[in-house]
Design a protein around this ligand. Structure first.
Ligand code: PLP
Length: 421
């Protein structure tokens, strides 16, 4: 009753989706009035394993049934130790990744803060190369690497020590992008201070679903080696299976120096973030980067069950077949208007209306909501509709959701034909 009077103006998703949700299962959100919505948003990439994944929930409920440790900072606990063992055995070892792991404060932005600090400490350099349309978080260090003007202005202080470079999709070719970066790093009149690290997302999610070709990722790895720069992959939104492998960079066959994971890592929507880095980077003194909630025990328990779920099920096969369905269905939109651009990888896809009119996106989003589909927008001017269903969604529900998008786009485009043609 008091909620509407005391709630701050800062909320945003309640404005986009003006109903009250009370329950959820897999890819379905249910309101207090028992209305069902298909979830193509998945908590901004937190719910890769679906809402209330039964296997993960069971592990957490079993853990809660006894008086186990719920808060433990980074003390040695059974849950923590078992979790680290599971990650080593089931994630790192099969991929031949010889990483150290650190649990950070529970949000993604804290893992990025740790990554940037670590890179700066290790190299004794301040500058970081980050990309246009990048999203790395809202705390000051990571915000300096984030590109969105609206969020940057809210900082109220200068956001320094980052050199901004256009992402690969802004260049005519992969080679042109790599050559530009090489020029920045090698020309003594480029005006760019030699950076500690290059930080990137392999698929820019908040930036409008911009997919980096694997040749570009390989080229960045080579540049980092050539110029003695650390490569940081922010896999917070597109890691944990979203693109078809546990880490999104696996297809490129590269090993970043530092990798940040969060969002879907706990498998259940519980806050958890970790940083992986090469062993020689293990140079933080005890507690040099710390945080009260850096050992979220329920997050560990959930994540351990999620890793088991990942290993025991053919989830990546599902992602690959769903990728084909999504691409096939979304490309039908081009028949409605050839200026619509569709791009994606695995189970993250974007529909870009910027060549027609960026305001179409919000109208399509509202039409989807009216048809009981929850979906978000992203990118410059919010012109991209971002599809992010749980990886565990049933095929039938996935197809229904894609049909809803088609009819919503058709409705909006035909409704505004006079304005936009
Ligand atoms: C790629 C990426 N990095 C970092 C973050 C920040 O994570 P958090 O919101 O948990 O701080 C996000 C959040 O959307 C993200 O998508």
């Amino acid at each position: 009753m008091y909620q509407s009077t005391i709630e701050s103006n800062v909320i945003s998703y309640s404005n986009s989706f003006p109903v009250t949700f009370s329950h959820a299962k897999n890819a379905t959100l249910i309101t207090e009035d028992n209305e069902e919505y298909t979830d193509f948003f998945a908590g901004a990439g937190v719910l890769n394993f679906g809402h209330n994944n039964s296997a993960i929930k069971e592990s957490i409920m079993n853990y809660l049934a006894e008086d186990t440790i719920i808060h433990g900072l980074d003390m040695s606990t059974t849950a923590r130790n078992q979790y680290f063992d599971t990650v080593a055995e089931k994630i790192l070892k099969p991929r031949h990744l010889d990483y150290k792991m650190m649990s950070c404060g529970p949000t993604g932005t804290n893992a990025i803060e740790a990554a940037l600090k670590l890179a700066r400490k290790y190299t004794n350099k301040k500058n970081i190369l980050a990309f246009s349309r990048a999203f790395h978080g809202m705390s000051l260090g990571s915000l300096a690497a984030t590109s969105a003007q609206f969020n940057r202005e809210a900082a109220g202080v200068s956001l320094d020590n980052v050199t901004r470079v256009p992402y690969v999709d802004q260049f005519p070719s992969v080679k042109a992008s790599l050559n530009f970066i090489k020029f920045l790093l090698s020309d003594d009149h480029s005006g760019v201070d030699k950076p500690a690290a290059i930080i990137l997302e392999t698929v820019q999610a908040e930036g409008g679903v911009n997919v980096a070709p694997k040749e570009w990722l390989q080229g960045i790895r080579e540049i980092c080696d050539q110029f003695n720069i650390l490569m940081i992959v922010d896999d917070i939104q597109v890691g944990v299976g979203r693109t078809g492998s546990f880490f999104s960079f696996e297809e490129a066959g590269i090993v970043p120096d530092i990798v940040a994971l969060s969002k879907s890592l706990s498998g259940f929507g519980l806050p958890l973030s970790v940083l992986f880095f090469k062993k020689e980077l293990d140079i933080f003194e005890p507690a040099e980067h710390n945080g009260t909630f850096r050992g979220n025990q329920l997050g560990f328990v959930g994540s351990q069950a999620a890793i088991d779920y990942f290993v025991d099920n053919d989830l990546m096969e599902d992602v690959k077949s769903n990728e084909k369905i999504m691409q096939h269905e979304l490309e039908k939109l081009l028949q409605l208007d050839p200026r619509i651009m569709v791009r994606g990888k695995g189970m993250i896809w974007g529909i870009d209306f910027s060549l027609i009119d960026p305001t179409i996106t919000e109208r399509v989003q509202q039409e989807c909501f009216a048809r009981n589909l929850i979906i978000e927008s992203a990118g410059s001017q919010d012109a991209v509709l971002k599809l992010l269903p749980p990886l565990t969604i049933e095929k039938e529900q996935l197809e229904q959701g894609l049909n809803i998008i088609y009819s919503a786009v058709r409705e909006v485009i035909s409704g505004s034909q006079n304005d936009i043609l």
